[in-house]
Write a protein of this length. Sequence first.
Length: 348
Amino acid sequence: MGLGHLAKTVIIEELSRVSGAMGAVVQASQLGVAKIVHFGNAEQKSHWLPAVCEGTCMPTIAVTEPKSGGHVLGMSTTAERVAGGYILNGRKVFVGNSHIGDLHGVVVRTGPGSRGLSAFLVPSDATGFSLGPHRPAMGLHGFSFGELIFENCFVPSENLLGAEGDGLAVAYSSSVLYGRPNLTAVSLGIHQAIVEHTVRFAQTHERYGEPLAGLPTIKQKLGQMQSQLMTARLTAYHAAHLLDEGMACDAELISAKLINVESSLDAARTAMEIHSAYGLDPGRSIERFLRDANHIYAPAGTSDVQRLRLAEVALGTYREQWSARLSEQLRCSTVHSVPIQVHTISFS
Ligand SMILES: Cc1cc2nc3c(=O)[nH]c(=O)nc-3n(C[C@H](O)[C@H](O)[C@H](O)COP(=O)(O)OP(=O)(O)OC[C@H]3O[C@@H](n4cnc5c(N)ncnc54)[C@H](O)[C@@H]3O)c2cc1C
């Protein structure tokens, strides 16, 4: 759409405010596009991107494996070079849009060490490719994040993304520049919904002959939720804006994911407390928000991992600023023309 990172954040946030699953579908599809934009050659871009824009090709990114999780360099799925291409063997798990994806961007081992990872575009109808059974998870119902299986799966050489050895850059840059802000946006949308629903409940649910919102302890909780929501939104929009400006902002993107995930989980718990037994009723959506908010903790790095990266920033040992390296491609010229709606909540 050419609208930029901040506009994308608002779009994903608004979708997630209504349906965390829908926000998750959209954010995951963006991850799949980014690696083609940043690492694809002219032929790959002209072949795949028009189909993505038309909505006939849903791309994914597949990095996580059962035995390595967030430790990307621990992966063991392999690609072996053969005449005309590569043979892939192994499994990927928790891949966003796994069961509706048409083109999987798969990072695998082509050799040892950190330069031994490479990325491939694998169409979902490739021979030797299959999906694990589709299983619903605790939350985000409607979003598939499942298993990709490669059994002697042949991929032609022209489907190698970037050069052999670029796999770690594809995985890390996608995670920092797209995964973090996209999941931040999903978290923010769920967070907004939590606060809205809880305020409405506190205004309409009566105890001691008056709305719950009249109780001092409930007011304290609502005030804390409002403050955390506003802080979370600031960090999300600020980081996305810096991306639009082409400025180095890896730390801001990482911190925004940490703050948004942690504060939305806090809000979900406080909301459940305010709702008390009524929060357990699926008809009120609060328990759905609690389940959905928990799903945003792991992808693009758990909060432990975000804190590790931020410690590196503090210690001066954080190495590659992906936002600086890809700055020219990330900058968005239309940034100032996007109207941003800021939510306000009325207590009256
Ligand atoms: C909704 C959703 C969507 C996802 N989408 C995708 C996708 O599109 N593509 C994809 O490839 N993957 C995807 N994932 C997978 C996600 O990236 C992984 O869940 C994540 O990398 C963590 O892996 P893990 O869950 O195996 O946990 P692990 O990495 O095994 O972590 C387990 C625990 O150990 C801690 N830990 C791990 N390493 C360290 C460390 N170095 N220091 C301190 N503590 C540590 C963690 O914080 C956590 O508490 C998705 C997951 C979810 C839930």
